[in-house]
Ligand binder design. Structure first.
Ligand code: NAD
Length: 271
């Protein structure tokens, strides 16, 4: 990834901002941090500069709503305009089932029989359609730079799914789980369709990670900690522990790896 450019959606969030710092450390020439929260994206972009090992490193913040295709197309256009090419994309923007319309409901209100259409649509629009819109625009930008004979050899997209993309996860996640399964389907389809174009597409499936969305709420933090006591490592993960795997899968070191759904879960799904 030395000397190449990256775009991270959800770049203002826990996993996205940690990943951007690692890309900077690994020699990226530039990272675009895109988020619906422009303030956190700006902070992440600024902080990443402290980790940069490439003297030419540039970091920019972009406002995007991944549920809106016009906004997503504009995000990719802006990144390519600023950097000239795009080799890496990480689609990390997403909402959790712990962050629901109207707050976290009681267990009795949370099963599929009671799921509101509003909650379903919000979750699917951001987590699933958001990855579709993002991947489509990123692939198109990568192919365009490639056809200009001016592209780096290693092109990679990483989509952040969840262990909820691999299994049912929890009894109150009946919109989240389908949305994250869709992310795995989008990953594998894109990997097959664009492997011949030289683009690798991989999915990363974290278990519970200590990010603002989890750690910021004591009740949720307690539930999450209890759940992760069942994992092999008996603890929640850190955003950097996900970022290192994203960076590895993106890099040339993973040149024969595509279409995987890599669990970063402290062994949670082994149980
Ligand atoms: P986070 O809440 O810190 O980050 C998510 C980011 O996405 C936030 O910065 C938020 O502003 C942004 N976002 C939300 N809606 C958006 C929209 N419509 N357009 C653009 N940006 C939007 O949480 P995180 O843990 O860093 O989450 C990153 C990804 O990892 C998400 O897809 C999440 O579902 C997934 N994930 C997280 C965990 C966990 O425990 N933290 C576990 C499994 C999967």
């Amino acid at each position: 990834m030395v000397g190449s450019y990256a775009l991270i959606t959800g770049g203002g969030g826990g996993i996205g901002s940690a990943t951007g710092k690692i890309f900077a450390r690994e020699g990226s020439a530039g990272v675009a941090f895109a988020d619906i929260n422009f303030e956190t994206a700006t902070t992440a972009a600024e902080e990443s500069k402290k980790y940069a090992t490439n003297p030419a490193y540039r970091a920019i913040a972009i406002h995007v709503d991944v549920a809106d295709e016009t906004s997503v197309d504009a995000m990719v256009e802006q990144a390519v305009k600023e950097f000239g090419s795009l080799s890496y994309a990480v689609n990390s923007a997403g909402v959790s089932f712990t962050d629901r319309v109207g707050g976290m409901p009681k267990h009795s209100e949370t099963n599929l029989g009671n799921l509101s259409t509003q909650e379903w649509e919000r979750t699917m629009n951001i987590n699933a359609r958001g990855v579709f819109f993002s991947q489509r625009a990123e692939i198109s930008a990568m192919l365009k730079t490639k056809s200009n004979n001016n592209y780096p050899e290693n092109l990679s997209i990483i989509n952040i799914s969840s262990i909820g993309g691999l299994r049912a996860l929890a009894p109150y996640a009946s919109a989240y789980v389908p949305s994250k399964h869709a992310v795995i389907g989008l990953t594998k389809s894109a990997a097959f369709e664009h492997g011949p174009d030289g683009i690798r597409v991989n999915g990363v499936c974290p278990a519970f990670i200590e990010t603002p969305s989890n750690a910021g709420n004591a009740e949720i933090a307690e539930r999450v900690n209890k759940r992760m006591e069942r994992s092999a490592l008996r603890r929640v993960g850190k955003p950097e522990e996900v970022g290192e795997i994203i960076a590895f899968l993106s890099s040339e070191k993973a040149s024969f790896v595509t279409a995987v759904d890599w669990a970063v879960d402290g062994g949670y799904t082994a149980a």
